[in-house]
Write a protein that binds this ligand. Structure first.
Ligand SMILES: [Zn+2]
Length: 96
């Protein structure tokens, strides 16, 4: 089952016939949840949170949303340990 994360390890894509494909953005270990971003990973925390509450009826509590540095200053202050993982997720989203 797919779950949401603003630091998703996978992304969704549709082909011409409307079939959905899930692609891993990074290696996903056995037993690890497969997560896609239900919102736009390029948006700031407030915009993602608002979008998720209005369209998906939940408040995201992922590592990115919980990071106070991101809430105050935006994407590029995301913690060093998470930034590479996050950037890979965004680039994967943009490329496909
Ligand atoms: Zn989040």
């Amino acid at each position: 089952m797919l779950q949401h994360s603003c630091v998703a390890n996978s992304s969704k894509h549709f082909d011409e016939s409307g079939r959905i494909f899930i692609r891993a953005a990074i290696p996903v270990r056995k037993g690890e949840p497969v997560a896609i971003n239900y919102s736009d990973p390029m948006w700031g925390t407030a915009s993602r949170q608002s979008h998720l509450r209005q369209t998906k009826y939940f408040t995201c509590r992922c590592a990115r949303c919980a990071d106070p540095k991101v809430k105050l200053t935006g994407l590029w202050s995301f913690t060093r340990t998470s930034v590479c993982y996050y950037v890979m997720s965004v680039f994967h989203f943009v490329l496909y």
